[in-house]
Design a protein around this ligand. Sequence first.
Ligand code: S3P
Ligand code: PEP
Length: 415
Amino acid sequence: MSATVVRVPGSKSIMARALFLAAAADGVTTLRHPLRSDDTEAFADGLRALGIDVDLASDDAWVVTGHPDGPPLPAARAYTRDAGTASRFLPALAAVGHGEYAFDASAQMRRRPMDPLIGALRALGVEIREDGEPGRLPFTVVGRGLKGGTLTLDASISSQFLTALLLAGPLAADGLAITVTGMVSVPYVEMTLAMMRQFGVTVERDGDTFRVPAAPYGPRDYDVEPDASSASYVLAAAAVTGRTVTVPGLGTGSLQGDVRFADVLRRMGCDVHQDATSTTVTGPASLTGVTVNMRDISDTMPTLAAIAPFATGPVRIEDVYNTRVKECDRLAACEENLRRLGVTVATGRDWIEIQPGTPTGAEIACFADHRIAMSFSITGLRTPGITLDDPQCVKKTFPTFHTMLADLRAQWGMA
Ligand SMILES: O=C(O)C1=C[C@@H](OP(=O)(O)O)[C@@H](O)[C@H](O)C1
Ligand SMILES: C=C(OP(=O)(O)O)C(=O)O
């Protein structure tokens, strides 16, 4: 059977880093194949609120004029919507500047932890005024230029705090030495280091310590990869329908750890071909069960949980505690929705185990979480009658998701 080629939109995580790096570079950066979504617009709007010029008029290229000394405005208010990346990275950029920068976000984002970043910036001498619940947004960063130095950071709840400090490190007068404990989502940190290198700065890593030199970022013409987490839904669609899908632009050469979701599908019996720049998956006659540690690729946990009932044996996903502090408590959300579909499921502090079953149609509670909406839409390829209580929440990272899925259904002759 011939492969269906599906192009997925640009990477949210690469966009967030590229926007930060471009904003801090000495010159003008062009981002090619940008992702336009709620998260990336939140990032761009946040930069603009700080006085940094981001021209997102074109869908082919966003143009950013950098300010190596930090935000040019002496005072600003930034609203970072639901975006973890914008909410965690932008305050670190503000700390480099000279002024008072107030940050706030949506109710969902206000619930998510910010304390490791607040603590780290304070340890570096930055004044932070907590304007709401301690350790959460909203808060105000009072920037007086960042001197730098050494600090210890707990990275066990999110890697985004470490990424924020790494990205800002070269703008500190003395650079930064950061020692981390308990790191999750390691591939995102590797992405950060690789992209800092692409913009001209090399971080030295010595075990758990990252040494960031004081050094200038250079502007670039930057091509954004397709999003590997978004691709997981497309590959999962192949896995549950027995079809063949090729995602171009994403393979072993990707900066994104989530390309390894294809390895999980391979272990479940899919035929997987991955070269440097593309991934092709063919679903088997029946998927097998698997036990998998998803600490490194936890954004794809809901994708796997949602197709798990179709496997012939149990699917157990381990070491994903921090999925409880994402857009929603994702372990609880997956458990709730699998139960709604009549599937037997159990969860613990950091794991979920799903039994084989035949899901029956039900309304999915999205909890305003794009990944819950997209994951259970893929279950819907095999189970009639699945509806979403909040289909629009996919706009966070993949605004064209439902059109893409409708196109796939049409090409595959599904109603
Ligand atoms: O740095 C990033 O771009 C991201 C890091 C991950 O978060 P955690 O480090 O909080 O797991 C991931 O879940 C998120 O979607 C994007
Ligand atoms: C956890 C996610 O996003 P955020 O960048 O808001 O943390 C996600 O996209 O799955």
